[in-house]
Design a protein around this ligand. Structure first.
Ligand SMILES: Cc1ncc(COP(=O)(O)O)c(C=O)c1O
Length: 388
């Protein structure tokens, strides 16, 4: 008896047609909230089950769990064009950025003690940099416009902290000129790529950034508890984090409590026991995104967003996100007279969105279809009174 041949994926089908069956939530809801949390896939669900099976079967397979963390590190490195030694495995974006901040010498008023950050940053970024004021830093918040950055970044600036796509208005910053300006003035650049990683191709070398932080729960399709921090190789050993722990040590298994000797790699930005269940899920989510294709996702979402923008224009809605597609990520933000009421009105119709800063947030991903975009537009037409 001959075995059944494995089904050949139909490459002529559209991206969502090929993959939607892997995300059960899409059978029940119009899910357009990947800027908050990616949809649960079969493979991420299976990864959690596998974690429990491994635990049950092997008791305490720590060697294997540490190896899983290395797989997560290598997978994320691949996704952003880095090498694994430039990547720390952390439990949140905040943890990586805090480790960086803790290792900077910001105390000398005549030295580089200034942080320039944009007004588009996620709260955690502002909170971490403002906390450094207790250590002598000065924080300047600017609109991310060339002339404002030009005026703010100076010889006293240690770090320029920018977001790739703003969580609250969907603007995508033009990173390379900001990096050039910062480097010309001797400052380093931190990029918060949480709203872009997985939604568009990223290459740290092409962007030229010194540090990058992101997590897996949005466009990398996994869940809470796992994030990464990238540090350019030649900078790693110049920064000695004081927020640290045993997984940052040069030899974790030496168990030496008599000194502080951080790893010569970006592992020095880690702290305690790694988040093993989240690592299983994170690897599954990142591998699924690699299989689906990030460049193909970017192209698909750009098409859907162009369609959405046309429909929003017909409704007379106002965009908070730039109209130029090259200045957008996956996220579209729409002005509302009462964004909370709008999110709950849409939820009542099975359309899952979110809101920030008075804007409705609609974010498409690889699994969203033209029908999803039309369903969003139809629901918004029914709640036209809540659009600004
Ligand atoms: C742009 C951006 N940065 C940072 C965060 C938060 O990161 P974490 O909670 O992992 O520190 C989020 C998301 O929630 C975000 O959208």
């Amino acid at each position: 008896m001959t075995a059944e041949p494995a089904p050949v994926p139909d490459r002529s089908a559209s991206l969502p047609d090929r993959i939607r069956h892997r995300f059960p939530v899409l059978e029940r809801l119009v899910y357009v909230n990947s800027c908050s949390q990616g949809a649960l896939s079969d493979s991420v669900r299976d990864a959690y089950a596998k974690y429990l099976e491994d635990w049950d079967e092997h008791g305490s397979p720590w060697e294997y769990w540490v190896e899983r963390a290395e797989t997560a590190r290598a997978t994320f490195a691949r996704l952003v064009g880095a090498v694994p030694d430039e990547v720390a495995v952390t439990t949140s974006l905040s943890a990586g950025v805090s480790a960086l901040a803790s290792g900077l010498d910001l105390a000398s008023p005549s030295g580089r003690h200034k942080i320039v950050m944009t007004d588009y940053e996620f709260p955690t970024i502002g909170q971490i940099w403002h906390a450094q004021e207790l250590r002598g830093a000065r924080v300047e918040i600017v609109q991310p416009e060339p002339e404002r950055l030009e005026a703010a970044i100076d010889e006293q600036t240690a770090v320029v902290s920018i977001t790739h796509v703003s969580y609250r208005n969907g603007t995508k910053l033009d990173v390379e000129p900001i990096v050039r300006l910062a480097h010309d003035r001797g400052a380093l650049v931190l990029l918060d790529a949480y709203q872009t990683v997985g939604s568009l191709p990223i290459d740290v070398d092409a962007l030229g950034v010194d540090f990058l932080a992101a997590g897996v729960l949005k466009y990398l399709l996994a869940s809470a508890g796992l994030a990464f921090f990238y540090c350019r190789r030649d900078l790693v050993e110049q920064i000695r984090p004081t927020a640290t722990g045993w997984f940052a040590d040069e030899d974790i298994f030496r168990m030496d409590h008599r000194d502080y000797s951080p790893a010569p790699t970006a592992r020095r930005f880690e702290s305690g026991t790694p988040p093993v269940p989240s690592i299983y899920a994170g690897v599954a989510g990142m591998e699924l995104m690699e299989e689906i294709g990030i460049a193909a996702t970017r192209e698909h979402v750009q098409e859907l967003n162009a369609h959405l923008v046309e429909g929003l224009d017909d409704l007379g809605a106002k965009l908070a996100t730039p109209r130029d597609p090259s200045r957008r990520g996956a996220l579209l933000c729409i002005r509302s007279t009462d964004s909370r009421a709008l999110v709950s009105a849409l939820a009542g119709e099975g359309v899952v969105t979110s809101e920030r800063d008075g804007n409705l947030r609609v974010s498409m991903h690889c699994y969203n279809s033209r029908e999803d975009a039309d369903a969003v537009l139809a629901a918004l037409a029914r709640h036209r009174s809540l659009l600004a």
